[in-house]
Every structure is written in C-alpha cells, then in structure tokens.
Design a protein around this ligand. Structure first.
Ligand code: WTA
Length: 644
C-alpha cells in the first residue's frame, strides 16, 4: 500500500479560522453548480469595470469569451482602484533582496506612480496596445512594475524566467515578435549573480523584431549597452511623465503570453486575456486564500512562472493585499532565511511548493525553531502532488498545527486555482487537492472516452469553461485545439491523471504526457532530447522523469552515441553544459546513461515505461513482449549499473 492509499486522517478547519473565514457556507458549491455563469458574473462584479459586459459567456468550443463587451484594465484594478478605496498608503509590495540587508517597500500610491512612469517609458519606445513586450528579469520590484505598465497600456507581456538560457530567450522573443525587451544587468541569487544582460545580448544577435532594450541596473555589474538600442531604466525614468491613463481594454484583449513546455520540443505560447483572468485570480485570492486587509501574503514562486503571475502579482494586488517578493534562495545566507523573512515581515499566509517543504524537512526543525512563526494563519501548496508526510510536517511545524493547508491544483493553462480546499469549509485529507473550486466542473475519463462516475482513476478533464482558461496558443489555434480539445471533444483535456475517492476528493497522480515536473517546474522530455541531440556526439536520446524523493521527478537521459564515440565523465559534463545552454540550468539531467540502444516497439515508438523502470531500478519491468528487440532491456540495465 502506498502512503497515499493508507487513508490518512481528515483535518477539519480550526473553529477559530472557520468562524472568521471569507467563505464559510458549504452551500456555495451547490449554488455555483446550478448557475456557473451567474456565479462567475458575481465574482466579476467585484472588480472595477469601465463598462459592464453585455454577455457573461460565449462558448463555442473550444473558443470561450467571458464578459463580452465589458471594458476594464488589470493595472487599474491592481493600483488606481486600490488607491480609490483608501489603500494609497498601504504597503502593496514588500521586496526582500538576496542579501537580508537589502529590502524595500512600495505603497499602493508609490507603485502606481512608478508604473505610470514606466508605462510612459514603454510608450516612448514604441509600445502599444496588442504589441508584445518581452521581459527577462530578476525577482526585483521593476519586474511587477514592468508587467503592470504593460497591462496599463494594453501591451501583452511575455515573461521569460531568468534561469532560461540565451537560446530559450531568443526563441520566445522570436515567437511573439516582441519589439521591446526589458531586462537587467545581472540577477543575484544565493550570493551569486547570473549575467542576464550578457545572456540577453547573445539572444539579441538573432531577434530581428527587437528595437529597444531597457536595462535595470540591479548589481551595477559591467553590462555594455548597444548604442541606439539599449537604455538604462533609471535614465529613462528620470525624464518620464508622471501620468499615464489606463487604457480601457476589452475583456477579451490579450493580457499576457506565457510559454510553457508541451509534449513537443517547441514551447506553447499560452494566451491569457483580461477580464476573465482577473476575475479568476481575484476570486481565488478571496476564497482560497481567505485574504483580509491586514494579511501579509508571501508566494515564494518566481514571477517567471504562472504562479508568480497569478498569485504574487495580479491576484494579491487586485484584492489590495500586501504581497512579498523574495529575490533570494532558501539557503542564503543561512538555511533559516525563509523563516527569518516570515518573522521579520509577520507573514500571515505562505504559498509554496512541496519540493521546498521536503527540502526543509530534510534539514530538520532547528531552523524553524529559531524564529517566531506565530504570525502565520494559512498555508498553501502548488506545483506537484504533496506527499502526506510532507503535508503533515508543513502543518505541524511551519503552521504550528493551527493553520489550514490549501493544496491548490491548477496549471499555466487554467490561469488560477481549479481544485482546492476552501480553508473555512473543507475537511482536508493530506495529499489530496480535495474538491473543484465552486463553478469548476471537473471529471475523469478513461482512455476510450467514457466518463468515470463515482470512485475511480482516469484522465482529469474540465467539463465547462471557466474565466481564467487559456484562450488559445499564440499564433497556433490548431495546436490549441489538438492539445486540449481533441481527445474528448468538448471537454478540456488536462494532461494529468487523477483518482477520485469515495468522498469525491481528487488525488492528482501526475502528468500522463511527456512532460516532467522537476521541483514544480514543467519541462518537456522532447525539449531536453532535442537539446542533447544538438551535441555532435549524440545520435539519439530519450529522456524520462524518474520519481525523486526531493524534486518530485529527476531528469534521466538515455543517450546513444554516434558510431565510434565513447561515453566518459567529460562527455557527461559537456552534455550537461549543452542542456544548460539550450534550455537553462534547471533542465540539466540528474543522470546521463550511455545506452547501446533504446527499447522500441515494432512501429518504432520508444517505450518510456521501460526506461522509467530501469532508471528507478525496478526488477520487474512488466510486459516487454511488444518490444522489437526484448534483449535491449538487459543491455540497458547493464549500462545503468556499469554507470557508463
Ligand atoms: C502539476 C503550476 C498535484 C500538475 C500552477 C499540473 C499539481 C502541472 C498541483 C501544472 C497540485 C500543479 N497537486 N499536481 N496541487 N499543482 N500540479 O503549468 O501536473 O507550471 O498539470 O502550473 O503541475 O504546472 P504549471
């Protein structure tokens, strides 16, 4: 029996929490179920609209339009609207730098002023409604400023996570044909600095659309500017006009593109629009995170991923919360850094990834015990399934046994939370994301397309449209349809497997496609394979995610070398370097196995199940009779144990 099946205890919301919760009436589920459009329309009414919508939803599968005819602006909601409600002097953003001595705060008025100026800077460089701007930045306040400035003028942003390599950045700029890149000289993390501008310069050698580059001086490191193209942020801001009115955006205007790994080597440009996305993140801040005006909310994700977009910037600011942005790493300058951040800022809500919790668990309780964590009242997790043991540890040690945990299941594509407890209502089961959020209709299908009723396991789907859903893949509507809407017709195909228990609770079992989840980051096997075969010594490669206690999954690459080449430690180094160069350091394989051949079916399809079994050291690899050459299995096992 696995840990998950052992029937862990239910954990009910503590009475004190429940009696104060934003949502405490279980009837909300039923009501939303009866009229999901009405439910979401009520949520949307809590935002500021320049003009109310005429139609809540147009659904012509797979095309959804929410709040049709409505006009709003995301930055206006996150800033001006907050100031109008009296939050001008409230702290909007608490920034904690890599060095503990380095910190800054912005009130809502200050952030609004900075955003208006930068919006004018962007305009002066040719930014306009509908024209994408690429952003490649460290976790500094200028990053949310740049996002909000884009949103203010209606220029969609495309943020590329700072650990991505020059070539990954280049491909993402070229795909959306951005004319402006916002970056910084360097990105300090854990006492070391990544030369962002140097990476950007390498990418910019081959990005014909880029006309202007804005460089924030983060470290003051040497970062030569290209005359006529590159400008320092501070110099442009000095002369920028103070006022920039927010564009009245159509509800369905593009807000941002975020590239995410799919099952081919080419990343998918996931498109989110304005009114529906904001409604979804705003509502989930209130319902899932129970946000209150005096909360100090910390989401530890990098803004380069969807979690940072939705729940570090847009969600929290749209409810007028105080949001913490942390630039550093958990272990710098010492392994109690996070607990220090929580104690000093009196953080009340912490939202993080299971992989981080597991690494703290390994380090033991001593680091926590050095700090007063009693300000915390609610904990969240995201990014991968949390094993019950890590859940319990988080609950007992970080939350002191008094904080509910919201295990939130969602995706870049879904925009916001989809399956999650409501902390004042839901009786949680450690390891389960529990029930779909009100208004969300989830289900399970088998491979043949039959819906599974009641208890069972299958492929997770979403049966009705929801406001935060992706609208398409940028410039690739056909791939959008094929990826999400072909397998089961008019229901959204998630790409995750799940089990539903006797209480209707969902237990996500992981990806069912060729996408790995490494420390909560999505990486496609095909992307890593294509990086590896880019090396002249490699003839073929197959990459799989092996179960890993700390990271969820670890990347294992099987590599077949060209003719007379032989595997060596040096070559392993080179291949690691190759992946780092093509994708980024976070995609480097944990293990590289030089193999004589790959297990393929007679039709030539690689049987990844076998590769996974070998990498996990399983003795029984199941049925191997469909392999074109079953003896491959023995040689693979031998290659692995030889460590060649
Ligand atoms: C996984 C991150 C189990 C899942 C927000 C999903 C989870 C993928 C959970 C999306 C969770 C995310 N429990 N699995 N609470 N949250 N996942 O696009 O496989 O980076 O499909 O979005 O992460 O990853 P993405």
């Amino acid at each position: 029996m696995t840990e998950e099946q052992a029937g862990p205890r239910n954990v009910d919301p503590p009475e004190k929490f429940a009696s104060n919760a934003n949502v405490s009436d279980p009837f909300v589920y039923e009501a939303a179920d009866k009229d999901y459009e009405g439910f979401w329309a009520d949520r949307a009414r809590e935002l500021h609209w320049f003009k109310e919508w005429d139609t809540t939803l147009n659904w012509s599968p797979p095309e959804a339009e929410w709040f049709v005819g409505g006009r709003t602006n995301v930055a206006y909601n996150c800033l001006d609207h907050q100031v109008e409600q009296g939050r001008g002097d409230k702290t909007a953003l608490v920034w904690e730098g890599d060095e503990p001595s380095d910190s800054k705060t912005y009130t809502y008025s200050e952030l609004l002023a900075e955003v208006q100026k930068f919006a004018n800077v962007l305009k002066s460089l040719g930014a306009e409604r509908g024209k994408p701007v690429s952003i490649y930045m460290p976790m500094i306040p200028e990053l949310p400023v740049a996002m909000l400035a884009c949103a203010r003028i209606g220029a969609p942003h495309s943020i590329v996570f700072g650990a991505f390599s020059a070539s990954a950045l280049r491909d993402r700029i070229n795909d959306c044909e951005a004319t402006i890149l916002v970056t910084a000289d360097a990105a300090p993390r854990g006492g070391k600095a990544t030369p962002l501008k140097a990476n950007a310069d390498e990418a910019l050698e081959d990005t014909p659309s880029i006309e202007n580059v804005v460089v924030v001086r983060r470290t003051g490191d040497d970062a030569p500017l290209t005359e006529g193209r590159d400008h320092y942020y501070d110099e442009l801001m000095k002369d920028a006009e103070a006022e920039c009115p927010a564009e009245e955006m159509d509800s369905e205007d593009l807000l941002f593109i975020l590239y995410s790994s799919g099952s081919t080597g080419k990343p998918k440009g996931i498109v989110h629009t304005t009114g529906g996305y904001l409604t979804h993140v705003n509502a989930t801040m209130k319902w899932t995170f129970d946000i209150k005006d005096d909360d100090v909310y910390w989401c530890t994700a990098d803004i380069g991923w969807i979690t940072g977009h939705s729940y570090l910037v847009y969600g929290p600011l749209s409810v007028g919360a105080t949001t913490v942005q942390f630039e550093g790493t958990p272990a710098y300058p010492a392994s109690d850094r996070w607990w220090d951040v929580i104690e000093r800022n009196k953080v009340t809500i912490l939202y993080t990834a299971p992989t981080a919790i597991r690494s703290f668990m390994k380090g033991g309780k001593e680091d926590l015990e050095k700090h007063d964590l009693t300000s915390l009242r609610l904990l969240g997790t995201v990014g991968e399934p949390i094993n019950p043991r890590a859940w319990e540890w988080y609950h007992d040690n970080v939350g002191g046994g008094r904080c509910p945990i919201v295990d939130t299941w969602w995706q870049t594509e879904t925009g916001g939370h989809m399956i999650t407890p409501l902390p004042g209502i839901t009786s949680t089961k450690p390891g389960s994301a529990t029930r779909p959020f009100p208004g969300i209709d989830a289900g399970l299908f088998d491979e043949e397309g039959n819906e599974i009723e009641g208890e069972g396991s299958g492929n997770l789907v979403i049966k009705k449209p929801w406001p935060g859903m992706l609208r398409t893949l940028y410039k690739d509507p056909e791939r959008y349809r094929e990826t999400y809407w072909e397998k089961y017709g008019d229901v959204y195909f998630v790409g995750d497997g799940a089990r539903r228990d006797e209480d209707g609770y969902y237990w996500i079992t992981g990806r069912i496609d060729d996408v790995m989840n490494v420390s909560g980051h999505r990486i496609s096997t095909a992307e890593v394979e294509s990086a590896l075969v880019g090396h002249e010594a490699v003839a073929e490669s197959a990459v799989i995610g092996r179960n890993d206690e700390d990271k969820g999954q670890a990347i294992v690459a099987y590599v077949i070398l060209e003719g007379d080449r032989e595997g060596s430690d040096d070559l392993i180094q080179e291949l690691n370097q190759q992946v780092r160069k093509v994708i980024g350091a976070h995609a480097r394989p944990e293990e590289i196995i030089f193999a004589p051949d790959l297990p393929k079916t007679r039709s030539g399809k690689i049987m990844r199940r076998i590769l996974r079994g070998v990498a996990e050291g399983q003795q029984d690899l199941g049925d191997t009779s469909t392999l074109a050459d079953p003896s491959v299995v023995d040689s693979l096992q031998a290659s692995r144990t030889n460590g060649s």
